[in-house]
Design a protein around this ligand. Sequence first.
Ligand code: ADP
Ligand code: TYD
Length: 221
Amino acid sequence: MGELIAVEGLDGAGKNTLVTSLVAGWRAHGLSVATFAFPRYGVAVTADIAAEALHGEHGDLASSAYAMATLFALDRRDGAAAIRAAVASNDVVILDRYVASNAAYSAARLRESIDGQAVRWVAELEFTRFGLPVPDHQVFLGVPMSVAAERAVRRAQGDASRARDAYERDDDLQSRVDAAYRELAAAQWFSPWSVLDGTEDPDRVAAQLAGGGPVGRISSS
Ligand SMILES: Nc1ncnc2c1ncn2[C@@H]1O[C@H](COP(=O)(O)OP(=O)(O)O)[C@@H](O)[C@H]1O
Ligand SMILES: Cc1cn([C@H]2C[C@H](O)[C@@H](COP(=O)(O)OP(=O)(O)O)O2)c(=O)[nH]c1=O
């Protein structure tokens, strides 16, 4: 059985860059690694509909935090068997966003703390009702909001398909999402969390995981 690790953070925090660096490092050590990135655009229709809603389509769909979270959750439910199979046949399975994204964004949208109804509902829906595997370890890649926003703007300028969505354009929401993630990490929500400094050079960010905890043991094996 492999280790299931979820990487979380704001839009533009550098999650994709960190995952790429971690995977290269682990593979160089001879480990077998599988990755999944949520939302699974082009794979799950619910992910595509959620993205379209965040870009202004589908009437008032995006106005409901619970409706949006349900779409993202159904994408994961659809991918659960593939994640379980990957965990059974690899040393590490790393996820770029997972259930905690729904917890952080839903709590932030509804201005609730992580002890509120939305976070409880996400856990009940995804871990209990949908039976999604609980990660062995979760990583929060922290950056000041201004850094995440600047990276998201730069990425949108360089790639028309990455135009910022309604969540990315909302600085107040991003700041509440950051606070929610920090609360989830402090509470060790469902598994041990590591908090990384995403302002460092990408390879140094990956190296921050070495030297302790389950992820560190993988990194250094
Ligand atoms: N540690 C870093 N230092 C500087 N720039 C970074 C770092 N990590 C990512 N970036 C850049 O920031 C942008 C967003 O990174 P990305 O990994 O796509 O973020 P996310 O997956 O969290 O949205 C990209 O242009 C990437 O090259
Ligand atoms: C996966 C997931 C994403 N989100 C949010 C975070 C992002 O603001 C938005 C889109 O996901 P994101 O990973 O930013 O996709 P991209 O930048 O490639 O379009 O959806 C949730 O609210 N819940 C979830 O479960």
